[in-house]
Design a binder for this molecule. Structure first.
Ligand SMILES: Cc1ncc(COP(=O)(O)O)c(C=O)c1O
Length: 386
């Protein structure tokens, strides 16, 4: 049997990982500024995380949501404390798409309305509603097409106001990434996010914050939306939540009432996933990783701004992007193949940095030095070729 060939692969086989380092089958060491796509929040194979999963595995890994699972409540309590959203309710799922799917469905149940507002360059996942709210025609199958989703320009307050003037009473939810990830690290302005809050309030619509990539401490606050000083009605989470163990969740404001059977999942909230997620929160709390992400991020962004050859450095905390001009367009490949550094990308010309929140200052400096060297080398090859 062959694997269904949907992923363009780098020719690398990783066999071991620790903290922000990876090793391939030949023992070559890589520095990880990509975090497996913003997933690795507390570092690869974190000791506490491994132990908590092992301990849980030896007790019970899974039983269905038809019985009490106290570790879910333990996770909810810790999450409430660290996120500052203690009064919210938690529903556990398995992935980011599933989190968004349930969030939008819940918004529609709650409001009795159908329209969803999403934004240009948004990415919300690949299940039916999530993908319909994703601004990429190539991944929307004909069966996913729906007139229930309207796309508006990101950060355009006038367009949003205009839309609500004519359609406000039909809107069930506005879904937004406070920092767009796949779209290329585009930071929503605080005024734009506040306007979404006001318009949702005025029109009985729900504000859904997709924090799957930008949440969980990555931006230097628990949720990226926290920077704007407003609350969402529903927060969706996944990537950093399990540090690689599949788990997602949605935080639901207290005034949204649950009904038996309204939402459900077989695997969501299983014992093992909760143990992994609890370990992540325990490490974030103990090692003060949200503050660390803020400090390291400011340092990294400032240093990147002084590097010649890259453009438009932006982001918050350890969610950073910059543009790669045409003359060094293969920079990301070069960093991986010649300098053994993993970074992320956003098409067509953005490098995304999404390292573990506890990447060390030394590792950040190692990255910055190597980046400068790689750029200089690429430019000197260019000059010599002229
Ligand atoms: C903002 C955002 N939402 C949702 C998703 C989908 O998450 P998953 O791949 O876990 O379904 C992603 C994945 O990249 C994402 O970046």
């Amino acid at each position: 049997m062959t694997l269904f060939d949907v992923y363009p692969l780098n020719d690398v086989t990783i066999t071991k990982a620790q903290g922000s380092y990876l090793w391939d089958e030949n023992g070559v060491q890589y520095l990880d500024l990509y975090g497996g796509h913003a997933v690795i929040s507390i570092g690869h194979t974190n000791e506490h995380w491994v132990k908590r999963i092992e301990d849980q595995l030896n007790k019970i890994a899974f039983y269905s949501n038809s019985v009490r699972i106290p570790i879910q409540q333990e996770l909810a309590d810790k999450l409430g404390k660290l996120s500052g959203k203690d009064e919210y309710q938690l529903f556990l799922v398995n992935s980011g798409a599933e989190a968004n799917e349930n969030a939008l469905k819940l918004a529609s149940f709650h409001t009795g309305k159908k329209k969803i507002v999403a934004f240009n360059k948004a990415f919300h996942g690949r299940t039916s509603l999530a993908v319909a709210a994703t601004d990429n025609k190539n991944i929307v199958a004909p069966v996913n097409e729906t007139s229930n989703i309207d796309f508006l320009p990101f950060n355009d307050e006038a367009a949003l106001k205009g839309y609500f003037q004519t359609n406000g009473n039909k809107v069930a939810a506005v879904i937004v990434e406070a920092i767009q990830g796949v779209g290329g690290i585009n930071v929503a302005s605080e005024n734009f996010l506040k306007l979404i809050r006001n318009l949702c309030d005025a029109n009985d619509a729900l504000f859904v914050a997709d924090e799957v990539q930008c949440g969980y401490g990555r931006s230097g606050k628990f949720f990226a939306l926290d920077h704007a000083g407003v609350n969402a009605d529903i927060y969706t989470m996944a990537k950093g939540m399990g540090n690689g163990f599949p788990i997602g969740g949605i935080l639901i404001a207290p005034y949204i009432k649950a009904k038996h059977g309204m939402l459900g999942t077989t695997f969501g909230g299983n014992h093992l996933a909760c143990a992994a997620a609890l370990a992540v929160l325990e490490v974030i709390e103990k090692d003060n990783l949200i503050e660390m992400s803020k400090q390291r991020g400011m340092y990294l962004i400032n240093k990147l701004k002084s590097i010649d050859g890259i453009e438009n450095v932006r982001g918050k905390g350890l969610m950073i992007g910059f543009n790669v001009p045409e003359d060094i367009k293969d920079l990301r490949k070069k960093l991986l193949n010649d300098y053994f550094i993993f970074t992320g990308e956003a098409k067509p010309n953005v490098i995304r940095l999404l390292p573990a929140l506890n990447i060390t200052r030394k590792q950040v400096d190692e990255f910055l030095d190597t980046l400068s060297e790689a750029i200089e080398e690429m430019k000197s090859v260019e000059v010599n070729a002229e």
